[in-house]
Design a protein around this ligand. Structure first.
Ligand SMILES: C[S@@+](CC[C@H](N)C(=O)[O-])C[C@H]1O[C@@H](n2cnc3c(N)ncnc32)[C@H](O)[C@@H]1O
Length: 166
């Protein structure tokens, strides 16, 4: 019988900090589609500046960040867009076993270690873990099934967060 591997803990050091107009997790956009044109900035650590080379030629970037104001989680949640509970991994709810957020934002410009971005659904002061270029040829599958979100995803354009994940 093969032995079950021991789970390993990983530690990540943030590569920078995301700044946005949102100081409170309540009453803010729940996805970038509901934050069109809302501007923020990212301050990248100065020792990582060289890694920003060539990024300005991409109009969208993928941000992976720590949802640092969340503590704890439930395996079933009633997400913002549906009163019916769903398994946490079938939702984008912020309270998760590993509270990692994912947003595809517009890259407006880069000045030294400061990135200006738009379509920001992220709290001010959020620690940034990684940036990847958004590549439609890699990352877009518009004809795939969207589960329970298929019928309601468009509501994210207007929905605002409440206190259910505080
Ligand atoms: C529904 S989550 C979606 C985030 C991301 N677009 C995703 O899909 O992973 C967005 C909500 O998380 C909350 N939030 C944003 N930044 C956060 C942070 N740093 N810590 C805790 N909650 C945060 C806000 O209430 C926001 O409306």
């Amino acid at each position: 019988m093969s032995e079950k591997p021991e789970p390993v803990d990983y530690t990540y050091t943030p590569i920078g900090t995301i700044h946005s107009p949102f100081k409170d997790i309540v009453g803010m956009p729940i996805q970038p589609t509901g934050a069109r044109g809302i501007r923020g900035t990212i301050e990248i650590r100065s020792d990582l500046k060289g890694g920003l080379a060539d990024l300005e030629r991409f109009s969208r970037i993928i941000l992976l960040y720590s949802l640092h104001r969340c503590t704890g989680y439930s395996l079933k949640v009633s997400p913002f867009l549906d009163p019916t509970p769903h398994g946490i991994f079938a939702t984008r709810s912020p309270k998760r076993p590993n509270a990692i957020g994912f947003s595809i934002v517009r890259l407006v410009g880069i000045d030294d270690c400061t990135l200006t971005i738009e379509d920001v659904d992220i709290l001010d002061g959020t620690p940034l873990l990684d940036i990847k270029p958004y590549v439609p040829a890699f990352d877009s599958y518009p004809d795939e099934r969207s589960g329970w979100l298929g019928a309601v995803a468009h509501n994210a354009q207007h929905a605002k967060s409440d206190d259910r994940f505080q």
